[in-house]
Design a protein around this ligand. Structure first.
Ligand code: SF4
Length: 215
């Protein structure tokens, strides 16, 4: 993306954060209006190469950004863990060779439970990710099916335990409330499960019906 360096004056800013958007998902959820698309596996490789080129373009237009300390890197989406470890490695290597990353940089990746296993999660930690955010939404299997999510409640729990075993020190789960026909007891059931999980952050969202979504 071409930017106007007169508008964005990096020299006036402190530490920088980097957001990497991966716009791919295994399947599109009923409520989702994010820029995230299913059935685009053929474009993953091309997108990764484009991201690498984007970083070169950025520093050619903003050479001062090379020396700005980056203390936060966030891979969001979409589902960044749709990419292979090799593809993620290519992006992370490029970030590290292009920018100045602080020793205590927070590196977060969003993921869907049920689509990652212990082996994959362990490799994410080796790449430098220290925080993971799972789109759990609910542990109720019927509601998950209705929302067109690809995981079950059991898989969500297993993903959290696997992330802990893999070495993630910081684990977040997203929950949605206000689902169709959801009762207070259902919400209590979710919270009873959550309180026993080895997580240290919860993000909760009220369901909104957005124009253009399946819902
Ligand atoms: S996994 Fe997240 S980004 Fe992907 S379709 Fe579902 S809500 Fe949207």
């Amino acid at each position: 993306m071409k930017t106007d360096s007169n508008i964005l004056n990096l020299s006036t800013l402190g530490d920088m954060g980097l957001y990497v958007h991966i716009p791919f998902c295994k399947q599109k959820c009923m409520y989702c209006d994010f820029p995230a698309y299913q059935n685009l596996q053929d474009y993953y490789e091309t997108y990764v190469y484009a991201l690498v080129q984007e970083m070169d373009l950025w520093v050619s237009e903003h050479p001062e950004s090379k020396s700005k300390p980056i203390d936060t890197i966030y891979f969001g989406g979409g589902t960044p863990t749709e990419l292979s470890i090799q593809q993620l490695q290519m992006i992370v290597d490029k970030i590290k060779s292009t920018f100045t990353i602080t020793d205590d940089c927070h590196m977060t990746i969003e993921s869907n439970p049920g689509e990652v296993d212990l082996q994959y999660l362990t490799k994410l930690v080796k790449l430098g990710f220290n925080r993971i955010s799972f789109g759990v939404q609910t542990f109720d299997d019927k509601a998950l099916t209705m929302l067109h999510r690809s995981h079950s409640g059991e898989k969500a729990k297993q993903a959290v335990y696997d992330a802990k075993e893999a070495g993630f020190t910081d684990i977040n789960i997203d929950l949605i409330y206000g689902l169709p026909r959801q009762t207070l007891e259902d919400i209590q059931h979710n919270l009873n499960i959550v309180k026993d999980l080895p997580i240290n952050h919860i993000s909760t969202y009220g369901l909104q019906v957005e124009v253009g979504t399946y819902l």
